[in-house]
Write a protein that binds this ligand. Structure first.
Ligand code: ACO
Length: 402
């Protein structure tokens, strides 16, 4: 037992909560999650209704401004975002400075951080107009940045945004169009892409969003804060999970290997975990996983990938894990990443693009939370305390006496 009053002379109320499992870092009106019920609401609207009836840019508006837009408001918002999709031409040189085989996430962290060097006129956070422009620029330019990071990694020329296409269709166009061939975006794939964006748009105070808030609590500019969020998202326990999940499904290979992997996941001496299973907040089905599962069926159907072995393995793994008391007792259910990787791969994305796509989808969440924080009169610099377990004061020992 540590007597905190002996450790710190100024000890008042002191909580020790590694991983923030029961400490709120802020108040917010954006997203509500009831993990036990498996409920996710944006500004009060259930995620399955938004994924089914709305589309990404409308959800962006909702997250940013708190209400669903009227038809006129939506038109103005969509055309504003569309007008900002181009990147400054000088940024092409910046992309070219990266190693040819750089991971697209490494490129995104660098390029988004560097936006503060290219767009000075929207870095003054004390000016509401500049804040607004920065948020539009981030949402609009992120698909271009992610697509160009991809194009660079495969050695193809950059494809410029097309403002006659929807947000999702334009992203697919920038990723998959090549100069020598005509590329027409399939509306079903554009819809599936839009749904992936929508399902990842915000998720209250997850690690990357908390990173954005903490970075911005010092007054850092929005591009630097979002770059910090992207860096955090890169980790396999967060945004990297769908890549890790798909790799795991491929490693499992066929349904007959599943029992071996389930046994490994349960073995405390084996660090292996079932990727795409479990969530810090959801102790029930992740509502996003249910929508994602339907989308996986639709996309694979469209692409004629009948009897897709990875999807078959995923479905069987889900079935066997949910029949196992280890997973049900620990409340480990499939999360959003369990099926998203299968869809993205079927669309033609390499695994290295999975996390960049998550980052571009989550940008609106980061930006909405950042704006909310700046408008909060209680906003102050984030400065967690620590529980110090090191040596107490002692005297310096000269090197010859050590
Ligand atoms: N497979 C096997 N066992 C697991 C798994 C899993 N995927 N997840 C948790 N457990 C076990 C742990 O071993 C632990 O067991 P114990 O109580 O016997 O020690 C118990 O369940 C609780 O695990 P914690 O790590 O303490 O739970 P936490 O809430 O901190 O972790 C996390 C949540 C990181 C998501 C975890 O479930 C995990 O690593 N899952 C796999 C990675 C993944 O899919 N991440 C995506 C998250 S969703 C997103 O970022 C969009």
């Amino acid at each position: 037992v540590i007597d905190i009053r002996k450790l710190y002379s100024d000890a008042g109320v002191f909580t020790y909560d590694p991983g923030f499992t029961s400490t709120a870092s802020c108040d917010s009106t954006i997203t509500f999650i009831d993990g036990a019920k498996g409920e996710l609401l944006h500004r009060g609207y259930p995620i399955d209704q938004l994924a089914g009836k709305s589309h990404y840019l409308e959800v962006c508006y909702l997250l940013l401004y708190g209400e669903l837009p009227s038809a006129e408001q939506l038109e103005i918002f969509e055309s504003t975002i569309t007008r900002h999709t181009m990147l400054h031409e000088q940024m092409v040189n910046f992309f070219r400075g990266f190693r040819r085989d750089a991971h697209p996430m490494a490129v995104m962290v660098g390029v988004v951080g560097a936006m503060s060097a290219f767009y000075h006129d929207s870095t003054d956070i004390s000016d509401p107009y500049q804040r607004e422009v920065a948020s539009h620029r981030l949402i609009a330019k992120m698909p271009t940045i992610a697509a160009w990071a991809y194009k660079y990694s495969v050695g193809q020329p950059f494809v410029y945004p097309r403002n006659d296409l929807s947000y999702a269709a334009n992203f697919l166009h920038m990723c998959f169009a090549v100069p020598a061939e005509e590329y027409v975006v399939d509306p079903i794939l554009a819809r599936a892409m839009d749904r992936i964006f929508t399902l990842h748009a915000d998720h209250e105070q997850n690690a990357s969003t908390s990173t954005v808030r903490l970075a911005s609590s010092s007054g850092a500019n929005p591009f630097a804060c979002v770059a910090a969020g992207i860096a955090c998202l890169w980790g396999p326990a967060h945004g990297g999970a769908n890549q890790a999940c798909l790799e795991m499904l491929k490693e499992i290979g066929t349904p007959d290997q599943i029992p071996e992997y389930i046994a490994r996941a349960k073995d405390k001496n084996d660090p292996f975990r079932l990727m795409g299973f479990g969530h810090r907040v959801y102790k029930n089905f992740d509502p996003r996983a249910t929508v994602m599962k339907q989308s996986a069926d639709e996309v694979l159907d469209l692409l004629g990938v009948e009897n897709n072995p990875i999807l078959a393995t995923a479905k069987e793994l889900e079935k066997q894990a949910l029949a196992d008391p280890y997973f049900t007792e620990k409340k480990l259910f499939p999360n959003v990443d369990f099926y998203s990787g299968i869809i993205l791969e079927a669309m033609g994305f390499p695994t290295s693009m999975f996390t960049p796509i998550f980052a571009l989808s989550r940008t609106v969440g980061w930006v909405s939370q950042w704006k909310e924080m700046l408008n909060d009169p209680q906003n102050k610099i984030g400065r967690p305390r620590q529980l110090y377990l090191g040596n107490t004061q002692r005297d310096y020992v000269d090197i010859e006496n050590r």
